[in-house]
Write a protein that binds this ligand. Structure first.
Ligand SMILES: Cc1cc2nc3c(=O)[nH]c(=O)nc-3n(C[C@H](O)[C@H](O)[C@H](O)COP(=O)(O)O)c2cc1C
Ligand code: SF4
Length: 678
């Protein structure tokens, strides 16, 4: 498409960007010792290879020791980073993409018990809700020191071959100065807008003086905090104009909102169920008012919306950041006219939530992201064609079928239900989580292209599978809810799935006992409360829904709090008894010494799944490996060679929740890493 607005080059000062799509700053938490080593480089280079015009590495690379990373960011204050940066920039440039890095001082958005245990600094003593540290009110010598740190870090990045640096000014130190909500200093750095912006301009001047005029410099800033008393749109517009008129920078990168709380962050980086491109018009207004190069990203997940963002002139460069975590080869597929092959970002924010809770960003349905050193984004053809039978069409089964198809094998899939999807189909029952079904739909369309044969409404018997004469059998039958967790009354309870699927009619006064702590309990609570029930969620854990994680919790809380759902932590449901048409719940605690009785008319138990593994055990004696997966071979990425039964006619492997209750990502990773070598 020669006229595709997305594929037109863009001239940013001396830098020619080959198209209009960028990956904005994001820290996937892959640094090792604070350095961008092989893994980091491989992740970054994959996106450059996929055709993106520019990749903004790192989110929030730290310029000072009192800005210790909260999610394993790069340490831009160390000289030893320069050669690592150089290796990465050389490799990205070789792929034809530009590369920049985002620098920051986190101010109060960090913790004093990290790194060198230095006090956290900010222009007031107000703490940030998300990271909880009470900051020291910044002094003049801190300000001088940090301005110099910014300039030093920028110089290191230039020495490392970066095309430019971007300053982070939303929720971090620079805009903690700018916002009236977080700046309680007197002059010269507090009070009027001139004074509140002084720190930002001092930093920019110090950097410019150090790196010269040819180096690209940009600011990513909130132009409307959307908080009473904070920087509002009028002031944001004024800030935008002043940034442009300073002559110090080359582009604006627009953020709308605030990130000091989980809900605030989720409005800035919207999760599934929230509107697409919510701040694009706002970014467009800033561009129109300033007539200055404008970048923007916020849930522009698909090519059509990105194209609109450019064609309508709202922005000059469009960020598709999570979209590139899901599919690093978006631009290549646009050029090859294969947009329908782009693996869609479903907005699950598993990537983001995991940087805090799991220590590294992974995409919920692309297990190769962040694992580029071991997992392929493009599957190589196998040397010989084999026959692979897959049972189950949840995420594990469909990924197995897709990867086996890409390998060039003959693939036959059996599914007992009439539709594919397994637990993901159930999840997508919640209107807010409907985007999840793209995990299934994309795999189905890929499988169809690859000639995979599907048999729906077919309960696969062991004999029928053996009759296919397969070389490989993959059991991806998933699991069923496990509710047998009480000492008495297991027959009186229903599962969260029963509620979500509509199999159980909602009660009016309902207890949900949730010790899985995953989405199912919250989804069931929402169904029940929307049907008019009074709902209490009880967990023996210290906090509720620990597996759901911070940003994923936001839409649930916005819904459940309005519906008056209550949460009870540290109590355990022990037994249920019938009393007339009511249920008596016997409640104890892992801490001991408590025994209470509570009355409800419905009790829901959410306790994960029990594997559906009958077929696996029936087939096991007939297989050559007796079901064994050689972990070392799987981890090393070599074919499985276990033979435990010389008479066996096929290899048998069990993956996903058919092994043990885990999650969608684990199921897909199981399938990819096994099948890529079969
Ligand atoms: C794992 C992850 C880490 C991120 N870290 C940063 C960061 O440190 N600094 C920043 O400005 N934005 C960060 N972001 C936000 C992205 O740059 C982008 O604004 C956001 O993902 C919305 O764009 P998208 O919908 O295209 O993904 C991060 C995003 C992700 C997914
Ligand atoms: S985890 Fe979800 S939001 Fe993050 S990149 Fe993957 S699909 Fe997109």
């Amino acid at each position: 498409m020669p006229n595709d607005p997305l594929l037109q080059p863009y001239q940013l000062k001396h830098l020619t960007l080959r198209n209009r799509i960028i990956v904005t700053a994001h820290e996937p938490a892959y640094p090792e010792d604070g350095m961008p080593k092989e893994r980091y480089r491989a992740y970054t280079v994959e996106r450059a290879r996929g055709g993106v015009a520019m990749t903004m590495t790192a989110g929030s690379a730290a310029v000072s020791k009192d800005s210790p990373p909260v999610f394993n960011n790069l340490l831009a204050y160390r000289d030893e980073i320069v050669p690592w940066i150089r290796e990465m920039t050389d490799a990205v440039h070789e792929e034809g993409a530009a590369i920049m890095i985002q620098l920051t001082h986190l101010g109060r958005r960090t913790r004093w018990d990290k790194g060198d245990w230095l006090p956290v600094v900010a222009p007031s003593h107000h703490r940030e809700a998300a990271h909880r540290a009470f900051p020291k009110k910044i002094e003049d010598w801190d300000i001088d020191r940090i301005i110099k740190d910014f300039a030093d870090a920028a110089e290191r990045m230039k020495a490392g071959g970066m095309d430019g640096v971007e300053l982070e000014a939303y929720g971090h130190l620079i805009d903690q100065f700018a916002s009236p909500l977080t700046n309680e200093l007197d002059g010269p750095y507090g009070g009027s807008l001139d004074n509140r912006m002084r720190f930002c301009f001092d930093v920019l001047k110090a950097i410019r003086a150090r790196v010269g005029d040819e180096f690209i410099l940009g600011v990513r800033y909130t132009a409307d905090e959307c908080l009473p008393g904070g920087t509002d749109k009028a002031e944001g517009l004024e800030i935008s104009k002043r940034l442009k008129e300073s002559g110090l920078i080359d582009y604006l990168n627009i953020i709308r909102g605030h990130i000091d709380t989980d809900p605030g962050l989720t409005d800035v980086i919207p999760i599934q169920g929230m509107a697409n491109s919510p701040h694009l018009d706002f970014a467009g207004e800033i561009r129109a008012a300033t007539n200055f190069p404008t970048f923007h990203a916020a849930k522009i997940p698909d090519v059509a919306t990105a194209r609109h963002a450019i064609a309508s002139g709202k922005v000059d460069m469009v960020g598709m950041t999570r979209a590139h975590m899901t599919d690093p080869h978006i631009v290549r597929k646009i050029i090859e006219k294969r947009e329908e092959d782009i693996r869609p970002c479903v907005g699950a924010n598993y990537c983001l939530d995991r940087i805090y809770q799991g220590g590294a960003a992974y995409c919920i349905h692309n297990a190769a992201t962040g694992r580029e050193l071991t997992m392929p984004h493009s599957i190589a053809k196998a040397h010989c064609r084999r026959k692979v039978v897959v049972v189950g069409t949840g995420p594990a089964g469909l990924e197995a079928a897709r990867v086996a198809g890409e390998r060039g094998h003959e693939v036959i899939v059996f599914e007992a239900a009439s539709d594919p999807g397994g637990q993901v189909r159930l999840t997508a029952q919640s209107p807010r989580r409907r985007e999840m079904i793209s995990i299934i739909d994309w795999r189905m369309s890929q499988c169809e292209k690859l000639g995979v044969t599907f048999h729906f409404n077919t309960w696969a018997e062991a004999e029928a599978i053996q009759a296919e004469n397969p070389d490989v059998v993959i059991i991806a039958t998933g699991g069923l809810p496990h509710t047998e967790v009480l000492s008495r009354g297991n027959e009186l309870v229903v599962s969260a799935w029963d509620i979500i699927s509509g199999d159980a009619k909602p009660g009016t006064n309902v207890l949900i006992f949730d010790d899985a702590g995953d989405h199912a309990a919250l989804q069931a609570a929402e169904f029940l409360a929307n049907a008019g029930a009074r709902v209490e969620i009880m967990t023996p854990d210290r906090s509720f829904a620990p597996e759901v994680m911070a940003m994923n919790l936001v839409p649930y809380m916005r819904s459940l709090q309005k519906l008056d759902v209550t949460f009870t932590v540290t109590y355990r449901l022990e037994a249920v008894e019938k009393s007339g048409n009511q249920l008596v719940a016997h409640v104890g605690s892992d801490y001991g010494g408590i025994s209470k009785q509570r009355t409800f008319d419905q009790v829901v138990v959410n306790h994960g799944t029990i594997p559906l593994d009958e077929l696996y055990f029936e087939l096991k004696p007939f297989s050559s490996n007796l079901g064994e997966i050689a972990h070392d071979q799987m981890i090393a990425g070599v074919p499985q060679s276990v033979v435990r039964n010389a008479e066996g006619k096929f290899q048998l492997f069990r993956i996903g929740d058919a092994v043990a209750a885990r999650n969608t990502h684990a199921a897909i990773y199981d399938a990819l890493r096994l099948l890529k070598d079969i």
